[in-house]
Design a protein around this ligand. Structure first.
Ligand code: HEM
Ligand code: HEM
Length: 257
């Protein structure tokens, strides 16, 4: 918690008052966010390259693992990180939508509440899409199409990945537009964890140690995943070394082209 004591920090004797800030997002949540965003972007840019396939799969698994962390932290973690806060935020959506019908003019609409609902809805959609996205990737990687018939796992996977990307773009655009509209950088809560303002911080314990543990676990898992793959895969063969490809698969693929 910052105090607003004036300190003389310039050679010219000017007194610079540091604006008070409050800690609103703890370190584990910010680390989760950075790793979650990073693994998504990494998985996306490595998606259509056979050479980077193992990196793609590793980042995809990490992405799913991070959701696991966020759900556990959201169920058993400190009050300010509870996912119930997100659900409660969205629970006011039906009443807000009903209020739209009752308002006489645009001026009466509770825009700020609507904006916060849009931010929360994009976040919930992202969290809900992680499992279908990674499971469809797993199905593609393990050639479930051969068993279940057709390429639908791969098509579903690509569709879900593009849908996720669309929601991410809405998420980032919302943060950017709201920063302009509210004359305050809305990204700060996820970067520094702090927002300008007087008063006590809702986050009492930053839990930096847990953020470090999460980072080490993510790096450790990725290194282990990359190392444990049989040489062929590590060299970017693109195919899943654990799948017994039927001999005429390549012929079939060639025919398709
Ligand atoms: C953040 C999570 C993920 C994202 C954003 C993502 C995105 C994508 C995209 C966009 C493609 C289509 C590439 C193209 O053909 O143009 C793709 C293909 C693929 N993904 Fe993922 N993926 C993710 C997770 C996973 C996971 C967890 C696995 C496996 C366990 C996986 C396995 C695959 C495979 C095998 C393909 C290649 C399909 C093919 O062209 O033969 N992905 N992924
Ligand atoms: C420039 C890029 C980004 C910025 C500035 C940004 C900013 C933010 C901010 C400010 C929040 C807190 C919103 C709130 O609760 O009011 C947030 C939450 C979140 N963002 Fe992003 N984000 C970015 C990219 C991404 C990407 C790429 C993803 C997903 C792949 C993502 C997923 C999430 C999720 C899941 C949350 C909820 C975090 C939690 O409560 O645990 N963000 N982001």
């Amino acid at each position: 918690m910052h105090t607003s004591e004036p300190i003389d920090s310039s050679t010219h004797g000017e007194v610079v008052t540091e604006r008070p800030t409050r800690l609103v997002t703890d370190a584990p949540t910010r680390m989760f966010h950075a790793l979650f965003a990073g693994s998504f972007i990494g998985a996306f840019v490595t998606a259509d390259s056979e050479h980077w396939r193992l990196v793609h799969v590793t980042l995809g698994y990490l992405f799913a693992g991070l959701l696991g962390f966020r759900v556990l932290y959201g169920l058993f973690g400190p009050r300010h990180a509870r996912l119930s806060l997100l659900v409660r935020r969205l629970a006011s959506a039906p009443a807000w939508l009903r209020s739209l019908k009752q308002t006489g003019s645009w001026r009466d609409i509770k825009w700020r509440q609507g904006q916060n609902l849009a931010v929360a809805a994009a976040i919930l959609l992202m969290l809900l899409l992680v499992i279908p996205l990674t499971l469809s990737g797993y199905a593609t990687w393990n050639e479930w199409g051969d068993v279940l018939g057709g390429d639908w796992p791969e098509e579903l996977h690509e569709f879900l990945a593009n849908a996720f990307l669309a929601i991410v773009l809405v998420h980032v655009a919302l943060i950017a537009v709201l920063s302009v509209m509210r004359h305050q950088n809305q990204a700060l809560p996820m970067l520094t964890g702090r927002v300008a303002g007087e008063g006590s911080s809702p986050v009492k314990d930053n839990k930096a140690w847990l953020a470090v543990v999460l980072l080490l676990a993510a790096v450790g898992f990725s290194a282990w995943q990359m190392q444990s793959a049989p040489d062929g895969a590590a060299a970017g063969a693109g195919d899943n070394p654990e799948v017994q490809y039927d001999s005429d698969r390549f012929d079939r693929d060639r025919d398709d082209d």
